[in-house]
Ligand binder design. Structure first.
Ligand code: COI
Length: 356
C-alpha cells in the first residue's frame, strides 16, 4: 500500500505490541512503537520512503558510518491534548538542526517533505502510542547514517534516514548530581560540538562513567582551552538563576543549540525575566552558590525537559543547591508551563505546537 500524496510505501505490523507496555511506568528509551519510517539517499536523491514494522536492519560489516562516524540524530517529542489530538513540539527546529548537523558531517541534507512527511505519517499510524499520562510523552528519534560499503576515508555517497518513536516517562527520577569536568573535554573550538553527531556522545561516556563511579549522575563540560567556562552537560544545556536573572552559556561551535534551551529563554523573556547569554565561569557559579546569589541550576533538553540539579561537584567538593517550593522555582514553573502548552491546556502563544 502507498500513502497518497507522499509516496510512502506502507507495510503495517501484523500485531501491535501496544498491550505489552505499562503506560503508567514508562522507562526512558526501552519501548519502541510498532512502526518506523525509513528512506534511503541513493544516486543523489532520497527514495524508497517506507513505513514498516519496527525491526532490525541488515547491514554490511564495511558500513562506513560504523568505521568513520558519519551518524547524526535528533530528539523531539509529541504529546496528546485533552481532545486526544497528537501535537509535536517545534519539529521545524529539529528539522533545521538536523540539516546543520548533516552539513558539518558532510552528509546528505534532508528535504522538508521527507522529514516532516515521514514524521507526520508515522505519528498518524502510531498515534495510539502517544501517552497521555502525566510527565509522559512520545520521544521521537530521527537519525541518519552513512551506508556506503567502502573503507576509504571519504564522505559516503549513500545514507539511510530513519525515524522511530518510544513512549517515555521522566529521564531522571531524581534531581541529578552534576560534576564539573576539568580534565576531559566534550568538544573544542572548530570541532563538531554544535552538531548532534553520534561521536559527541560516544566520547562523553568514559568521563561520565568516571564521575558516576564517584556518585554523580552527569558532567558539566568546561571549555577545552582553560577548563574555566561552563559549556553544557551530557544530555542537556545548562541554565542558572543568578541575582534573579536567567544566565546561561552563549551557544558556540562547541555547544549544542538546544531547542528546549531556546524555548525556556523565550518563555522567561515573555515573563519579563532578564536573560543573559554569555560566558559563565565556574568561579562565578561556585561563588554564587556560596553567597546565595545563585539560586538555581537546571538542565534543559528534550529528553530531560527542565530538570533542576541537586548539587554541583567541583574540585572534590560538593555544593548543594537550595530546595524550593515548586511555585518559587523557575525550573519548575517553566516545566509546568511547557507541560501545559504541550498538552493544549494553555494557548500556544509562541506558535510552537504542530498538530499531526
Ligand atoms: C535529547 O534530549 O533528545 C537528547 O538527544 C539527549 C539524549 C537522550 C542523547
Amino acid at each position: 500500500m502507498t500513502t497518497d500524496v507522499l509516496q510512502i510505501e506502507l507495510r503495517k505490523a501484523e500485531r501491535s505490541r501496544l498491550q505489552e507496555v505499562d503506560f503508567n511506568h514508562l522507562p526512558f528509551g526501552k519501548h519502541f512503537s510498532d512502526h518506523m519510517f525509513v528512506a534511503d539517499f541513493v544516486d543523489g536523491e532520497w527514495q524508497n520512503q517506507m513505513i514498516v514494522p519496527f525491526d532490525n536492519f541488515t547491514l554490511s560489516p564495511a558500513l562506513s558510518s560504523l568505521h568513520y562516524g558519519q551518524s547524526i540524530f535528533e530528539g523531539m517529542k509529541a504529546f496528546k491534548n485533552e481532545a486526544g489530538e497528537v501535537l509535536m513540539f517545534r519539529p521545524q527546529a529539529n528539522f533545521a538542526r538536523m540539516n546543520e548537523s548533516a552539513k558539518r558531517m558532510c552528509m546528505a541534507t534532508l528535504p522538508e517533505e521527507v522529514f516532516m512527511g515521514g514524521l507526520e505519517t508515522l505519528l498518524r499510524i502510531d498515534a495510539d502510542w502517544v501517552p497521555n499520562t502525566p510527565d509522559s510523552s512520545l520521544y521521537i528519534r530521527p537519525y541518519m547514517f552513512a551506508t556506503d560499503t567502502y573503507l576509504g576515508v571519504a564522505p559516503s555517497k549513500t545514507y539511510r534516514f530513519c525515524i522511530f518513536t518510544c513512549p517515555v516517562g521522566a529521564y531522571y527520577s531524581n534531581p541529578p548530581k552534576l560534576k564539573v569536568e576539568t580534565e576531559f573535554i566534550r568538544s573544542a573550538p572548530g570541532g563538531v560540538g554544535y552538531a548532534k553527531c553520534a561521536g559527541n556522545y560516544g566520547g562523553s561516556l568514559y568521563p561520565t562513567l568516571m564521575a558516576q563511579q564517584q556518585g554523580y549522575d552527569q558532567l558539566i563540560w568546561t571549555d577545552a582551552r582553560e577548563h574555566k567556562y561552563i559549556e553544557e552537560s551530557g544530555t542537556m544545556n545548562i541554565i542558572f538563576v543568578i541575582d534573579g536573572k536567567i544566565v546561561t552559556p552563549a551557544t558556540s561551535d562547541s555547544i549544542l543549540k538546544g531547542v528546549t534551551r531556546d524555548s525556556i529563554l523565550k518563555i522567561a523573556r515573555s515573563w519579563g525575566m532578564e536573560v543573559e547569554e554569555r560566558l559563565v565561569s565556574i568561579e562565578e557559579v561556585i561563588s554564587g552558590i556560596e553567597t546565595g546569589r545563585l539560586t538555581e541550576a537546571f538542565g534543559a533538553g528534550t529528553a530531560v525537559g527542565s530538570s533542576p540539579y541537586s548539587l554541583i561537584g567541583y574540585n572534590g567538593k560538593d555544593y548543594m543547591l537550595p530546595e524550593f517550593a515548586p511555585e518559587d522555582s523557575v525550573a519548575v514553573r517553566v516545566r509546568n508551563y511547557l507541560s501545559d502548552l504541550r498538552t493544549g491546556k494553555i494557548a500556544d502563544s509562541f506558535g510552537w505546537m504542530h498538530r499531526v
